[in-house]
Design a binder for this molecule. Structure first.
Ligand SMILES: [Zn+2]
Length: 777
């Protein structure tokens, strides 16, 4: 018999210490020196750290941990906030969470129910991953202070029934980058603009799209030290959207929902998002939108959906960084899903327009987080049960899923294989090795092959990442324009990495090892990276990487790949290119993917100081032409290829240039390519490979003497798409994905795709490295 003793136990275990509330707690203002939300004031990271440490020292409801260091070496923090009694028993709670998250450790359902009854729900709130969304610098301080200082039944329920893990910033480096730029430009025409550099050293705005590849330090800290240890049931990620739409977005998300997400989590997201919206409306907040704009397709933003947790995204309207804006009601702008001037079921109370400030942003963000915490506190048992059910269903297995995946070791690229296994390890997916030989269908595998049985807690992550699924064909109306997805439509790791993985539908007749822990990968670009131990400091290729002050994120990823694979290079800003004589210093120059206009025009001289504005200009374009004429190699990635073709007047056409989205559309998909492996750029590659295609160009040659086509898309339209979405394949069939064009004494290498996509597409990195390696003079 199950007795209703949950609440009584919790109250006994965790009464809030009344004396703690009387102790003088530092307010955020007392540490920052100003009230959060003050117009035109931002904070750097140091004071945020100081505040959380001061709160930890003063409050027995707050424990702050440093998880590690950021990319730029700043402390990365998480604050645990709960009742003093819960914080004292954190080690026991950690063990309970582990047992609840893995039903194989607690198969007895009565024992599991007893464990669930005495364990609080865990909620993880993360903030300011995007550093121009500056309300997120302050909302965590407000939230922590309210929970540490507050009294009354609502606060008491939150503290007793839940443990909040609060990450004040997922990108502390960006707090400094943006606040320093803002301070520097206050009172100038550039006030309120984004900084002229990426706000995460490598990932920029993509720092929020790294949740399955785990390439960045910050992602790994959160995955390894928080998700993998504390198994939160509920998560909230605090963001901001544009100024002219709704005041705050909350889930439900739009379709499509990625099909491997457990339906119970989808329903949990819907319920919690709507409950928060209900509460905000009750408390007089206007302009709350649901089910608008943001979908739930890519695992790149939704680690939680594969790890037993709901993910609540909040997107609050922005001001101009910390500078207030005024938005007249009539200038509010409709999206496809919500018209902020009209009531609708998913937008019940319009905001009247007017002044919108940093204070408003923080108020909305904090209220949404408090509403979430109150809901979780009141419904603790439901949330604990939800995650437990999701785990039980995963361990039991889904009828239409394969039994296992097999990852052979023979004929695989060692670095790519190690990368895949490392990704699975960060995601807590268990991989075992076969202790003998076995067959799957007609194919035989031998001892040492990796086997990933799908009946395990985080099997959904494995299935989402390892099997290619088509993206649904969603149109505005039948036959109409495609509905633009929120992010990329493909994420299939075996294709991106070039690793063979096979599903095995039936159980495999072989003994398996305990979960394996293979060595992490090591990266080195052979022939470009300096020889280990060599004292010759001259690089094999003198490489330049164009670094625009418009800060395109592809530049950051290119730099990340070069730094990680030990490719020596020098960054080139506009003034260095304009100065000319590039051939004296470089053999090859890489232009990362960015629009031709951004390359040529750069930042506007009307808003930005002269040293940062103007782009390459005519002088820079001429300098690049002289560089190639004189024997240099210009390597243009994706959108930058359009620049190279027009600026250098190359005998190449983009076959997709004038097509409407109804005729051709592929907003982030994986295509098959056929390579000319006799070309040195494709040396060592298989005859068939892939391309990460993202609305880039596809080439046709107008001069067979000067243009060599290194990679093409298949001639049959039906053979092109490997994962994601493609409309109008016949328009790209047989066209070139990669071309090499002679110009003067040099050459231009045109990529119609991103060979180093978000640091993930290891399958196509050799094409980029070969293009660089063959530039040596
Ligand atoms: Zn954001």
């Amino acid at each position: 018999m199950r007795r209703p003793l949950t609440l009584a136990l919790l109250l006994l275990a965790g009464p809030v210490n009344a004396s703690a509330q009387r102790r003088a707690l530092p307010t955020p203002a007392s540490v920052l020196g100003f009230v959060p939300g003050t117009d035109r004031r931002l904070t750097e990271w140091g004071p945020v750290v100081d505040y959380f440490r001061a709160l930890d020292a003063a409050s027995d409801r707050v424990t702050v941990r440093q998880l590690g260091l950021t990319t730029n070496g700043l402390p990365f923090l998480a604050a645990f906030i709960s009742s003093p009694a819960n914080l004292l028993r954190l080690p026991a709670l950690r063990d309970a969470q582990r047992r609840l998250a893995d039903p194989r450790l607690t198969p007895d359902s009565a024992a599991a129910a007893r464990l669930a009854a005495r364990t609080p729900a865990f909620a993880l709130v993360t903030s300011s991953v995007h550093s121009t969304e500056v309300g997120g610098f302050f909302a965590p301080l407000e939230l922590a202070y309210r929970l540490a200082a507050g009294s009354g039944p609502a606060i008491r329920t939150i503290l007793d029934s839940s443990v909040l893990i609060l990450v004040p910033s997922l990108n502390p480096d960006g707090v400094n980058i943006v606040s320093r730029w803002y301070a520097q430009t206050l009172g100038t025409p550039a006030e309120g603009t984004a900084p002229p550099e990426l706000y995460h050293r490598y990932a920029g705005h993509d720092d929020n799209r790294d949740w399955y590849a785990f390439t960045q330090v910050e992602t790994r800290l959160v995955v390894d030290s928080l998700y993998g240890v504390w198994h939160p049931q509920v998560t909230m990620d605090i963001h901001q959207q544009g100024s002219a739409g709704s005041r705050i977005f909350l889930p439900p998300y739009m379709d499509p929902v990625e099909p491997n997400v457990d339906p119970l989590l989808v329903q949990g997201v819907n319920a919690l998002g709507a409950a928060i919206a209900w509460r905000l409306t009750t408390d007089g907040f206007t302009g709350v939108s649901l089910h608008a704009g943001y979908d739930a397709w890519t695992p790149a933003r939704a680690f939680q959906h594969y790890h037993g947790a709901v993910r609540i995204l909040t997107e609050t309207a922005s001001a101009s960084l910390a500078s207030p804006v005024t938005i007249a009601f009539d200038s509010l702008r409709a999206s496809e899903d919500v018209d902020p001037r009209q009531r609708s079921w998913n937008f019940v109370a319009p905001w009247p327009g007017g002044r919108w400030t940093l204070t408003d942003i923080i108020r909305y963000q904090t209220a949404a987080a408090m509403a979430m915490l109150e809901h979780v506190g009141r419904n603790r048992a439901d949330w604990v049960r939800m995650s437990r059910r999701v785990a039980e269903r995963a361990v039991r297995g889904w009828a239409d899923w394969p039994y296992a995946y097999v990852i052979p070791t023979a004929n695989q690229d060692a670095t790519a294989l190690a990368t895949l296994l490392d990704i699975l390890r960060h995601a807590q997916v268990e991989v075992r090795t076969a202790l003998g030989s076995f067959a799957v269908g007609q194919e035989r595998f031998y001892a040492g092959a990796y086997v990933l049985p799908l009946r395990q807690p985080y099997a959904a992550f494995a299935r989402a990442m390892l099997e290619a699924g088509p993206y649904p064909d969603i149109r505005d109306y039948p036959g109409g324009p495609p509905r633009r997805p929120y992010d990329a439509t493909a994420h299939t790791l075996p294709l991106l990495l070039g690793v063979r993985v096979l599903p095995a539908s039936d159980s495999i007749a072989v003994e398996l090892s305990a979960p394996a822990s293979p060595a992490p990968p090591t990266f080195r670009a052979t022939g470009i990276a300096p020889q280990p131990g060599s004292r010759d400091s001259r690089p094999a290729v003198r490489l330049g990487l164009y670094r625009s002050y418009t800060a395109p994120v592809d530049e950051g990823w290119t730099r990340w790949v070069f730094d990680t694979w030990e490719v020596p290079y020098q960054s080139l800003v506009d003034s260095m290119v304009r100065a000319g004589n590039l051939g004296a210093r470089f053999d090859a120059i890489v232009l990362p993917s960015m629009s031709p206009r951004a390359i040529v025009e750069g930042l506007s001289a009307r808003r930005f100081p002269a040293r940062l504005s103007g782009g390459l200009g005519a002088a820079g374009v001429q300098a690049l032409r002289d560089f190639v004429d004189g024997g240099g190699t210009l390597i243009a990635l994706n959108d930058a290829s359009d620049f190279a073709v027009s600026a250098l007047d190359l005998p190449v056409e983009n076959a997709l240039a004038r097509l409407s989205p109804q005729d051709f559309f592929a907003p982030g998909s994986i295509f098959r390519t056929v390579l000319d492996t006799t070309n040195p750029i494709a040396a060592g590659m298989p005859a068939q490979s892939v391309a990460w295609f993202e609305q880039g160009p596809a080439f046709e040659s107008r001069d067979p003497l000067r243009v060599r086509l290194v990679a093409r898309y298949p001639a049959q339209a039906g053979d092109i798409l490997l994962s994601g979405w493609l409309i109008g394949g016949q328009n790209i069939a047989g066209r070139a994905a990669l071309a090499e064009v002679r110009l003067g004494h040099g050459r231009v290498v045109l990529f119609g795709f991103r060979p180093q996509y978000r640091g993930q597409s290891l399958a196509t990195l050799p094409l980029l490295f070969n293009a660089i390696r063959t530039s040596s003079r």
